[in-house]
Design a binder for this molecule. Structure first.
Ligand code: PA5
Length: 445
């Protein structure tokens, strides 16, 4: 059977010795044990580990009933959330959707996101769009207190209530939040919104396979059962005590390379649909590992577009980079390059080849060039873009992230550094209780 996630590390040869690699492999196995026996730091946040195999059928059927209800009359769904309450859904919907979804075929609702920034223009323009559509909203916040989505939701809630009336607003808003605590839970209960629970033991960036991701992905028209099944298969694979376990292989090689002075990991994609998979991955690894002065800096590029902007640096700039390519074996579409009688561009040698052949040769040519230029290359291959394979990919990255962070000996499940800007922002905005901080900040910069 074809494996859903294959890792190839041949193009890291020469950057780490076999001895180093096997040392990091042993560390990865130890980290896997710590993760699985729950004895590591942050172990009260391990609920994501068996989530796929334990997903309750009632969650899926409640999601399906909202999809059915809203499919009758809703053509714009605003998903409000930030960070882990946004990137999973956005990445899956972008990957699975037609690239021109909003301009072609009108039978699926348009999905847009709010509260992932504080831009006044963005949200004012979103209201312009809402005025032309029949709108519903999924508001996602585990804590229920995150400023960006809370501010956006105030605006969306007030628009929906004014436009459709308070009673109808109750049908048009669904909240995804903590089971019992937090402001959003209180508000949802007071208003009577339908709610979904983010389990206490699942942190935001590990929540794509909870209703945080599942509800918006299903509303966008995709098969969440296949997504979960793909993840459940990977849950089994990532338990294997084998150096072929992809989570072990990836965690070991990236840490071995890090120990050799590689400080930046570029997630490379060759399909614009996968750009937000890279954004999701950046949050997962950045927030989980970037602490205590440690961690590879996660960045991303989308090729071939970025070969024309970042290619020069990658080829010849500072030699601190790793490239990790998420490669897709088979394209879901086929498009042949036509013959041109005049051949004025000199490209008739490509006639009859598929665009994907071209893309694959760009991928291989780039890999060899960058490797020769001093950039080791990790290949992560999935068979094609579909729900099953994406579910496997999400789970693989989550497990690899847990293992990798434990190799570094940091807590993968907290994010203490994210609080600092919030405290300053609250103080500067005049939040009661932050007066002394506000005085301290006055006059700085
Ligand atoms: O990974 C995390 O925990 C964070 O990125 C959160 O997802 C993000 O800050 C949003 O938090 P909340 O869902 O509480 O609004």
């Amino acid at each position: 059977m074809e494996r859903t996630v294959n890792i190839d590390i041949k193009a890291t040869a020469g950057f780490v010795s076999d001895a180093d690699l096997s040392r990091y492999e042993s560390l990865a196995f130890k980290a896997l044990d710590i993760l699985e026996d729950g004895s590591g730091r942050g172990s009260d946040f391990l609920g994501w580990m068996d989530l796929p195999s334990k997903t309750d059928e009632s969650i899926i059927s409640n999601i399906e009933s909202i999809v059915k209800d809203w499919r009758r009359d809703i053509n714009l769904i605003v998903v409000t959330g930030i960070g882990g309450s946004y990137l999973g859904a956005k990445s899956a919907i972008d990957a699975l959707s037609h690239s021109f979804r909003n301009n072609i075929g009108k039978d699926l609702p348009q999905i847009v996101f709010a509260g992932q920034n504080l831009s006044e223009e963005y949200h004012a323009e979103l209201l312009d769009l809402m005025k032309e559509r029949s709108v519903a909203c999924v508001v996602v916040s585990k804590s229920g207190t995150t400023t960006e989505p809370a501010v956006a939701f105030r605006i969306i809630k007030s628009y929906i209530e004014e436009t459709y009336g308070r009673a109808e607003a109750v049908r048009r808003v669904v909240a995804v939040t903590d089971e019992s605590r937090g402001a959003l839970k209180g508000l949802a209960d007071k208003e009577g919104y339908r709610t979904f629970v983010i389990p206490d033991n699942v942190g935001g960036r590990f929540s794509v396979l909870t209703p945080v991701g599942l509800l918006p992905i299903a509303l966008a028209g995709f098969d969440i059962r296949a997504l979960i099944n793909g993840a459940a298969g990977m849950e089994q694979i990532c338990r294997e005590r084998s150096s072929e376990n992809p989570a072990i292989k990836y965690a070991a090689i990236r840490n071995a390379l890090y120990s050799k002075g590689k400080k930046i990991e570029l997630l490379v994609t060759y399909n614009p649909k996968l750009q937000y998979i890279a954004e999701w991955w950046k949050q997962l690894f950045g927030e989980s590992e970037g602490k205590e002065g440690l961690g590879l800096f996660p960045a991303s590029v989308n090729f071939t577009a970025d070969l024309h902007s970042m290619g020069q640096y990658i080829q010849q700039g500072e030699r601190t980079l790793i490239e990790t390519v998420v490669s897709v074996k088979r394209s879901n579409r086929s498009l042949e390059i036509p013959l041109d009688e005049e051949n004025s561009d000199g490209l008739n040698f490509l006639a009859g080849k598929s665009m994907d052949d071209c893309n694959k040769m760009a991928e291989l040519g780039t890999k060899i060039a960058h490797y020769d230029g001093g950039v080791p290359n990790i290949l992560i291959e999935i068979p094609s873009i579909n729900e099953f394979n994406l579910g496997a990919l999400y789970y693989f990255f989550e497990k690899a992230c847990g293992v990798s962070a434990y190799i570094l000996n940091v807590n993968p499940f907290d994010q203490p550094g994210v609080e600092e800007y919030k405290v300053n922002m609250f103080a500067l905005l005049g939040k009661p209780g932050f007066e002394s901080k506000a005085n301290e900040l006055k006059g700085r910069f």
